[in-house]
Design a protein around this ligand. Structure first.
Ligand code: ZN
Length: 170
């Protein structure tokens, strides 16, 4: 099976208020890598001319624009976080740049949401590729990954920006 792998780095901020750990409850940030494994839906042979399933630009262009323009330097907050209400009331333009998640924006949840977002984008782009695995490296020693077999079932909710093939984050 032919597989394409792409990695993108981004910086983010978040806090976790669900009680996972007191050290994560204050806003802080990480420099993360998001890695994806894409496989071709079409099993035909390479054509003997261009010899590509899809150009790299088409395979990763929209996805990396989403990472660069929407995830990078964004704050990730739970939809239950009172900070969200504060930003909406006092700094609405900045509130629009907050990634809002159903519950705490853990790396586990972000893997599932980003897998869903990327899958929606790939579907919208003609279903040439599908995402077999998406992983987020939160620190050089911590990473989480989801595979296509499990990601869908892990989604806590199916109504949100992660279901849409656009640049929305809330
Ligand atoms: Zn953190």
């Amino acid at each position: 099976m032919l597989e394409l792998r792409f990695t993108r780095r981004f910086s983010m901020g978040h806090r976790l208020i669900g009680g996972a750990s007191e050290s994560c409850a204050l806003p802080h940030g990480h420099n993360e890598f998001v890695r994806v494994r894409l496989v071709a839906n079409d099993r035909r042979p390479l054509d003997g001319h261009g010899n590509m399933v899809v150009s790299f630009e088409r395979a990763k262009g929209r996805w990396h624009r989403f990472v660069d323009e929407r995830l990078d330097h964004a704050l990730q907050l739970s939809d239950a976080d009172p900070l969200l209400g504060w930003f909406r009331a006092h700094e609405p333009e900045r509130a629009a740049r907050i990634v809002v998640t159903p519950g705490d924006p853990t790396t586990e949840l972000m893997c599932c949401l980003l897998w869903s977002k990327l899958s929606a984008i790939l579907h919208d782009d003609g279903d040439l590729l599908r995402c077999a695995e998406l992983s987020i490296e939160e620190t050089p020693t911590n990473a989480v990954s989801v595979t296509a077999e499990g990601a869908d079932a892990l989604l806590p909710c199916r109504d949100g920006w992660w279901m849409r093939a656009d640049m929305s984050i809330s």
